[in-house]
Design a protein around this ligand. Structure first.
Ligand SMILES: [Zn+2]
Length: 138
């Protein structure tokens, strides 16, 4: 499922505060229109209704394609400076899924190995790459 929650955010340019939807995950199998919005750079983009300037809402975002069985996880680059960031992962780079039954993990193992990026543009490029490969690859 896709996840979004409304947040009251302040424009970094003019200080105006407005309610904005913040996405934590996009499930493009359930919500295919979100892929178009991602390509249009409309996801987690704050557009100030007062001064019209746009800002990236710099929060982690999971892109999940159940049909193609892959996911891409964006983290703000600042995450690398976070002392506790490594706790989300095993030493081999897979996601640490503590407390989830092994059978569940095995049924969707790709979820523990997201393609991890630290740049939103790279997330979009990688999705475009996977789409291209799926359409024309062997
Ligand atoms: Zn503004």
């Amino acid at each position: 499922m896709s996840k979004m929650t409304p947040h009251s955010l302040q424009c970094p340019y003019c200080g105006h505060t407005q309610e904005t939807m913040v996405w934590a995950s996009l499930n493009v199998t359930h919500d295919p229109e979100l892929k178009d919005r991602l390509y249009a750079a409309e996801i987690n983009r704050f557009e100030c209704e007062k001064c019209k300037k746009q800002t990236l809402i710099n929060v982690p975002l999971l892109y999940h394609d159940m049909a193609m069985r892959f996911c891409v996880q964006y983290y703000p680059p600042e995450a690398l400076k976070d002392e506790d960031f490594h706790r989300h992962f095993n030493a081999d780079g897979s996601v640490a899924v503590n407390g989830v039954p092994e059978a569940v993990v095995k049924s969707a193992e790709y979820l523990t190995r997201p393609h991890i990026v630290f740049d939103m543009n790279e997330l979009i490029r990688y999705v475009a790459f996977r789409d291209r490969v799926a359409a024309h690859g062997q």
